[in-house]
Structures are given as C-alpha cells and as structure tokens.
Design a protein around this ligand. Structure first.
Ligand SMILES: Cc1cc2nc3c(=O)[nH]c(=O)nc-3n(C[C@H](O)[C@H](O)[C@H](O)COP(=O)(O)O)c2cc1C
Length: 210
C-alpha cells in the first residue's frame, strides 16, 4: 500500500497552516510506504505548446529543446508518482480563491485522456482511477463553507472535482481548516482542532495498513 502526499506550499510550517497540516499528517503516519511529491521543489514548466512540440518530436525523433525535454520528464515523473499510489493526499492552501500555480501544473500533467480518464465509444467520459483513494487537507483564512460563500471556493472544490469527479478516486477524508484569518482571536483553537482531525486521519490510515 503506497501513499503519495502532494505537498503544495513551500512556506514554513511555523507560518503556513497548510504546511503545518502536511507536517502533522506525515508525523502521524506509521508503518506505511509514503512518498512526498513537493510541487515547489520540482522543476515543472507550465503546460503549453512546449509539451505538444515535445510530443511531436518524440514521434519524429527530432531533437528537443531544453524546455521540451524538461516538461516531458516532469510530466512523466508526476504521472509515475500518481500511478504508484493507492492513496493520494493533497495538502494545499487556498490562495486568491484557488490552488497555488505549482499544484495546478501537477494537475495539468496528470489530467490526460487515456491516463486518468478516457472517452468510451459513445463519447462518455470514463474514470480511470477508481482504484485509488484521495485525502484532502486544505487551509483557508476566510469562511467558505456557508451557502453564500461556497461557490467562491475554487481550491478544495477544484481538487475534488478533478480527482473525484473526473479521475474517479474515492474521497476518503477531507480536513479543512478555515476562518482563522477572519477570526484571529479563535485562530489557535480552529487550527488545533483541524490538526487533531489530521492526526486521527493519519493514524486510522496507519492502523488499516499495518
Ligand atoms: C498569497 C495568499 C493569498 C491568499 N488568498 C486568500 C483568499 O483568497 N481568501 C482567504 O480567505 N484567504 C486567503 N489567504 C489566506 C490563506 O488562505 C491562509 O493563510 C490559509 O492558512 C492557507 O494558506 P497557508 O497555508 O499559506 O497559511 C491567502 C494567503 C496568501 C499567502
């Protein structure tokens, strides 16, 4: 049983709540095979024409430019990491209502027809990752869980739509820490409660897998 943790914040855990969530999860895992894919540490050129040029040159055998080689290698590395995982944990902040750009690039690398989903003969989308489970760990300073604010939340909602809705992973657990920036007097309590939940999620996973 392999766990892949996609870490999407390079701010220190002493400052960034989602980094603390990542750290808490990792520190409470026991007896499991865990890999971290740190999107800020990886060389990840943005998805664009370079990738399509690289695909063309793979076919033709023409020599690739530096960026074409890098994007092809980076995309393959992300896909290999995801392929090997039984459980995929995403630890990320909400920044400017959405996910960090580096996490978007990870998704861009693995969101591929024939790999994470496909179209059947009737043109219907088919999920290709139904054997995997996903865990969502996300922090957001404001409150986005009310009916009025939820439509603005495009970080956890986006990741769940992609990995759950399109790829077909079962969303096994979701821990959201929210509102600590909006209510600084309650921040300590809000964060501590969220971290406790993460501890329990990590321990339950360890218990299942040991
Ligand atoms: C660049 C940046 C953008 C942010 N944008 C938002 C936002 O749109 N809405 C919000 O409620 N909080 C926003 N925040 C606050 C974060 O959601 C909050 O700090 C949360 O803990 C997740 O980020 P962190 O893990 O880096 O701490 C932002 C923080 C940063 C650093």
């Amino acid at each position: 049983m392999n766990i892949l943790v996609v870490k999407a914040n390079n701010r220190p855990a002493s400052e960034a709540v989602s980094s603390k969530m990542y750290e808490t999860f990792i520190n409470n895992l026991e007896g499991v095979n865990v890999e971290t894919y740190d999107v800020f540490a990886e060389d990840m050129p943005y998805l664009g024409q370079d990738l399509f040029n690289a695909f063309g040159k793979l076919e033709s055998g023409e020599e690739m430019t530096d960026v074409e080689q890098r994007i092809l290698a980076a995309k393959q590395k992300a896909m290999d990491a995801l392929t090997a995982a039984d459980v995929v944990v995403f630890a990320f902040p909400l920044w400017n209502l959405t996910i960090p750009a580096k996490l978007q690039t990870f998704i861009d690398y693995v969101y591929q027809a024939g790999y994470s989903f496909k179209y059947d003969e009737n043109g219907q989308a088919v999920q290709l990752m139904t054997d995997k489970k996903a865990i969502i760990l996300s922090a957001r300073g404001g409150i986005y869980s009310t009916p009025e604010t939820a439509p603005m939340e495009m970080a956890a909602t986006y990741i769940k739509n992609v990995v759950g809705g399109v790829f077909g992973m079962e969303i096994k657990d979701e821990v959201i820490i929210e509102g600590h920036a909006a209510a600084p007097d309650q921040a300590e309590k809000i964060i501590a409660e969220g971290l406790e939940k993460i501890e329990a999620v990590a321990k339950s996973l360890s218990a299942v897998l040991v």
